[in-house]
Design a protein around this ligand. Structure first.
Ligand code: GLN
Length: 504
C-alpha cells in the first residue's frame, strides 16, 4: 500500500482521502517511509520533520472524522523549495550563510498551502540562493536525478523536481527567476509552471532577482499543477508587485485541454529557440521530441505557424546582467548580523571584518561570482553600458512577444536545449551552465507565464515542451499542456512518470 500511495497524483490522492480508502496519516507515513528509503541516494530534501508532519496529518484525520469543514487540500502532502520561508522550520536557500536560521513567519505561498490543509513533508534542496541550473551549487551537496543518479535533476529547484519525480512528494513548490521551475521539471519528466509575474506572491521568498522571481507548481500532471496554482495564486497586499486581478480558472482550463480539442488555437513555434539557423547548442534528440510534440498539437486541431522573435537571441546576455545586478543588491542583507551564520566575532575584530569573514565563508563560488558581476554591472561608468543596455533588451523582448501574440495564442519551444547532463560536466564552465536557460529566459524577462510539459524521451531521458502565453493568460498554458499530456498518455497507454516507475 505504501508504494501505491506515493505513486498517486494529487487528484487521485484527494479521492482516496475523501472516500476513506486512505487516511492522511497513512499517506504521510508512506511518503516519510519512501524518503527514509530513497533520499539517501537522491539528496532531494534538506529538512524533514516527520513528527510535525504526522501530527498535522493526524489533525486532518481527526477533523474529518468529526465532520468539521476541511481545506481544499486537506491531508495532501507537499514539499517546499528551501527558498520559501517557513515559520519555525529551518530555511537555508541552499546556503551556509543561513544555516541555523529559523524564520519568524510563513511566506504567503506556504501560508496558503497550510490554510488549505496540506501536510508539509519538508524543505527541498536547491542551488544556493536559486543561482544555477543543476542543484550542484547547493552548499549541502548535489541532488540526483531519479531517472539516472549520475545526472543532474535540473536547477535551481532540483530538490523539488527530484522529490516529485522520485515519488518522495506528490508535488512541490518551486521558484523560477530564469527557468528554475521549468528546466528541472523538463529534465525529470514533470509539469512545471512559472506563473505570470505578479500573480503569485513573492512575500517570504528569499529574494534573488526581485523583478523576475516567481513561485509556482511542480507536479506530475497538468491538472495537479493547475490545482496548486489556484491555491497559491491571487492578490497579496504584502507583495508590492502583486497583481490585483481575479485569477483565471486554471483547473477548468486543464480539464478543457484534456478533452483533446485544440481547434481554434493558434500555436507559434519560435524560430530563435531551436529553429532553423538557431539550433546550435540544441541536442538533436531534444529537437526531434519537440517536433513530435508540435506535430501532436497540430493533430489535436491547433493551427501551427513559425514565428520570429529576433531579440530572443539577446536574452541570455541581458538576463545574466539583470539577475546578478539585482542579486548583488538583494544579498547585501546577509551581513553576519541579522541572520544565521556569523564568523570571527570573538571581540578582536570590528564589524566590517566580521561581515567580510562571514560573507567569504558563508557564500559559495557561484553566489560570489554573481555578486561581483552584478556590482560591476551597476558601477558608475559601466551602468549604462551593461545594466542600462540589458534593460533596453528586456523592453525589446517584451515587444517581440507582444507582436507575436497579435498573431498567435501561445508560443512553444523546447524547455531546455539539452537533457539532464552528467553531474560535474558543466560546473567548471559557467557559460555552458548558463546555456541551459536559453529557452526559458525570454518569458522570464517579459514576466509572462510559461509551462513545461513532458514531450517524450531522448536517449531514455525526459524532454520538456514549453508553452508561453500573454500576461495573465496562464489558463492557455494549462489548456495546451493538458491536451498534449492527454494525447501522449493515450498513445503510450500510461502516464509519463509511469515509465520511470516501471523501470524500478
Ligand atoms: N539558471 C538560472 C540562473 O542560474 C535561473 C535560476 C532561477 O530561475 N532561479 O540564474
Amino acid at each position: 500500500m505504501s508504494t501505491d500511495l506515493t505513486h498517486l497524483d494529487v487528484t487521485a490522492l484527494q479521492a482516496a482521502l475523501a472516500d476513506g480508502s486512505a487516511s492522511a496519516v497513512e499517506v504521510t507515513q508512506a511518503h516519510l517511509d519512501a524518503i527514509a528509503a530513497a533520499d539517501g541516494g537522491l539528496n532531494s530534501y534538506l529538512h524533514v520533520d516527520a513528527l510535525t508532519a504526522l501530527a498535522t496529518a493526524a489533525d486532518v484525520d481527526r477533523r474529518r472524522a468529526a465532520g468539521e469543514e476541511l481545506g481544499r487540500l486537506a491531508g495532501v502532502p507537499v514539499a517546499l523549495k528551501d527558498v520559501v520561508v517557513t515559520q519555525g522550520v529551518p530555511t537555508t536557500s541552499g546556503s551556509r550563510i543561513l544555516e541555523g536560521w529559523l524564520p519568524p513567519y510563513d511566506a504567503t505561498v506556504a501560508a496558503r498551502l497550510k490554510a488549505a490543509g496540506t501536510v508539509l513533508l519538508g524543505k527541498t534542496n536547491m542551488d544556493e540562493f536559486a543561482m544555477g541550473s543543476s542543484t550542484e551549487n547547493s552548499a549541502y551537496g548535489p541532488t540526483r536525478n531519479p531517472w539516472d543518479h549520475d545526472r543532474i535533476p535540473g536547477g535551481s529547484s532540483g530538490g523539488s523536481s527530484a522529490a516529485v519525480a522520485g515519488f518522495l512528494a506528490p508535488w512541490s513548490i518551486g521558484t523560477d527567476t530564469g527557468g528554475s521551475i521549468r528546466q528541472p521539471a523538463a529534465v525529470t519528466g514533470l509539469v512545471g509552471h512559472k506563473p505570470t509575474y505578479g500573480s503569485v506572491s513573492r512575500y517570504g521568498l528569499i529574494a534573488f532577482s526581485s523583478s523576475l522571481d516567481q513561485a509556482g507548481p511542480m507536479a506530475r500532471t497538468v491538472a495537479d499543477a493547475a490545482l496548486m496554482h489556484e491555491v497559491i495564486g491571487g492578490h497579496d497586499p504584502r507583495d508590492s508587485t502583486s497583481i490585483d486581478a481575479p485569477a483565471a480558472p486554471f483547473v477548468e482550463a486543464a480539464r478543457q485541454g484534456a478533452t483533446g480539442d485544440l481547434s481554434g488555437v493558434t500555436v507559434g513555434v519560435v524560430r530563435e529557440l531551436g529553429g532553423e539557423g538557431h539550433a546550435e547548442g540544441y541536442e538533436p534528440g531534444v529537437l526531434a521530441a519537440f517536433q513530435a510534440g508540435v506535430d501532436q498539437l497540430r493533430a489535436l486541431g491547433a493551427e501551427v505557424r513559425e514565428v520570429s522573435c529576433t531579440s530572443f537571441d539577446l536574452a541570455l546576455a541581458a538576463y545574466y546582467l539583470i539577475a546578478p545586478s539585482e542579486a548583488s543588491s538583494n544579498l547585501s542583507r546577509f551581513d553576519g548580523v541579522r541572520y544565521g551564520l556569523r564568523v570571527g566575532d570573538d571581540g578582536s575584530r570590528d564589524l566590517d571584518e566580521v561581515m567580510a569573514m562571514t560573507r567569504a565563508q558563508g557564500f559559495g563560488a557561484e553566489v560570489k561570482r554573481r555578486i561581483i558581476l552584478g556590482t560591476y554591472a551597476l558601477s558608475s561608468g559601466y551602468y549604462e553600458a551593461y545594466y542600462g543596455q540589458a534593460q533596453k533588451v528586456r523592453t525589446l523582448i517584451g515587444r517581440d512577444f507582444a507582436a507575436a501574440f497579435a498573431d498567435v495564442d501561445v508560443l512553444v519551444s523546447p524547455t531546455s536545449p539539452i537533457v539532464a547532463f552528467p553531474i560535474g560536466q558543466r560546473v567548471g564552465d559557467p557559460l555552458s551552465m548558463y546555456a541551459a536557460d536559453l529557452c526559458t529566459l525570454p518569458a522570464s524577462l517579459a514576466g509572462l507565464p510559461a509551462i513545461s510539459v513532458p514531450c517524450g524521451l531522448s536517449e531514455g531521458l525526459p524532454v520538456g515542451l514549453q508553452v508561453m502565453a500573454p500576461a495573465l493568460a496562464d489558463d492557455r498554458c494549462y489548456r495546451v499542456a493538458a491536451a498534449l499530456e492527454a494525447a501522449q498518455d493515450a498513445a503510450r497507454g500510461g502516464t509519463f512518470l509511469g515509465q520511470l516507475a516501471a523501470r524500478a
